[in-house]
Design a protein around this ligand. Structure first.
Ligand SMILES: *[C@@H]1O[C@H](CO)[C@@H](O)[C@H](O)[C@H]1NC(C)=O
Ligand SMILES: *[C@@H]1O[C@H](CO)[C@@H](O)[C@H](O)[C@H]1NC(C)=O
Length: 430
């Protein structure tokens, strides 16, 4: 069937010669090359040979790389996209290019980059992203780039780098990251140390410099003076807290979260009561106890009053407020948490805490003890249980002895004077 064969040939030839109208395609040294540079293109043109390995789209006017932009060219090994006007590289634009070894996206306007696509580019050896508007690199951006040798991120808008960003780059030999507006705070110190110790060549080190704070502007990172930096630590204390304090129902419970750390950590409260959980991310009352506009509760008063100084007041503390109170402090060096489990009880009768476990109050050798029915050693926040014994009206109960724990540090408050409460900090009873 000679006619059929002719059709085959035409088709084959057609495939062999497939090339977008705007481009030049050809074969050189075993590579199938498509050259579409300097063509004023505003989109990736269709019609590439399916086995194209090298594609240049440099110096065009591409505004973005949408998902599937290179669907026709899954075997690409080199992709040149420098000097376009790309702002957005969408998820799925680069991920299909598992054979890619060289990628040049430099001299664009990229601020929105689908970093997760890099996770699929296991073969990548050269990544040029310099002269863009990147202001952020996720910590795990380079986690799959074990073959990468050269990385260029200079002339972007990077303010900081997450610790360990470059750790997965086992083959890296060249890193260019100068001319970014780095914030010289505690969070960048790891990079200074890493850059000093690494065997990776890092050119233009004097231009890897601080843009803030003002006093350090222009200081090369390598010459940064030591900064006072420490990860947060927290200590939760509570009032009433002194021996033999006695309280009536309707008292105010005060928790205080004492925070240390440089830079000053952000404080959050997490409260877990049987009715549900509450998050308080910032003070909801001012120093005079006035409710801040941002925190108006339905009745005009927040149930839990969080102050800027780290105190949390719970007026008229009752059964519904029993639960686990945690304060969390976070700064750029880490975070810390401290919790206390508060339960109400009647002297001599024990009670049930927010975890639904029954407990008994006992006095053993001058110590207050907390026992749970199943005798499981408490762990986690429930290690630290405050059992508040409300006295029955009238007759004072026999003394319940308090065991002082390391968390009890604050002096008593004046309002304690008229209160009747026996406070009890956990210890383990055997
Ligand atoms: C690409 O495919 C065409 C046509 O199928 C073929 O002629 C060419 O040799 C191939 N090139 C490479 C580098 O494999
Ligand atoms: C924090 O401020 C509140 C309101 O001014 C006050 O009641 C509380 O005692 C303060 N806490 C400490 C630990 O100073």
């Amino acid at each position: 069937m000679p006619e059929l064969c002719l059709v085959c040939w035409v088709l084959l030839l057609g495939l062999a010669q497939a090339c977008p109208e705007a481009c030049d395609c050809g074969e050189k040294y075993g590579f199938q090359i498509a050259d579409c540079a300097y063509r004023d293109l505003e989109a990736v043109p269709p019609g590439f040979p399916a086995n194209v390995t090298t594609l240049s789209l440099s110096a065009n006017r591409l505004p973005a790389l949408p998902e599937g932009a290179f669907r026709e060219a899954p075997l690409l090994q080199s992709l040149w996209l420098a000097h376009n006007q790309i702002r957005v590289v969408a998820a799925g634009a680069l991920a299909p290019l598992g054979h890619l070894k060289s990628l040049d996206l430099s001299h664009n306007l990229i601020s929105d980059f689908a970093w997760a696509d890099l996770h699929a580019l296991h073969a990548l050896q050269l990544l040029k992203m310099d002269s863009n508007e990147l202001d952020f690199i996720p910590r795990d951006a380079f986690r799959s780039l074990g073959a990468l040798r050269s990385l260029q991120l200079n002339h972007n808008r990077l303010h900081t780098l997450a610790e360990g960003t470059f750790a997965p780059l086992a083959a890296l030999s060249h890193l260019q990251i100068n001319d970014n507006p780095f914030d010289c705070t505690c969070g960048i110190l790891w990079f200074k140390a890493w850059a000093l110790a690494t065997a990776v060549s890092i050119p233009e080190r004097d231009n890897i410099a601080c843009s803030s704070p003002h006093v350090l502007k222009g200081t090369p990172l390598g010459r940064l003076p030591p900064l006072p930096c420490s990860a947060p630590s927290v200590q939760l204390s509570y009032q009433p807290s002194q021996d033999g304090a006695e309280l009536r129902p309707g008292f105010v419970l005060a928790l205080h979260c004492d925070v240390d750390g440089q830079p000053a950590p952000q404080l959050r409260w997490h409260i877990q009561t049987p009715r549900g959980s509450v998050e308080i991310a910032s003070p909801n009352v001012d120093a005079d106890g006035r409710v801040l506009p941002s925190a108006l509760a339905a009745d005009g008063q927040p149930r839990f009053q969080a102050f800027a100084n780290g105190s949390l007041l719970i007026p008229d503390f009752g059964k519904p407020e029993e639960g686990i109170y945690s304060c969390l402090a976070t700064n750029e060096l880490g975070s810390a948490e401290s919790s206390v489990n508060v339960a109400l009880a009647t002297p001599g009768e024990g009670g049930e805490d927010a975890l639904g476990r029954r407990f008994n109050g006992k006095a053993v050798e001058g110590k207050g003890c907390y026992t749970v029915d199943n005798e499981v050693q408490p762990s986690g926040p429930e290690d630290n249980v405050v059992i508040i014994y409300l006295s029955r009206a009238g007759t004072p109960e026999a003394a319940v002895v308090k065991a002082g724990g390391p968390e009890q540090r604050l002096p008593g408050l004046l309002w304690l004077a008229q209160s009747l409460l026996l406070l009890f900090l956990t210890c383990t009873c055997f």
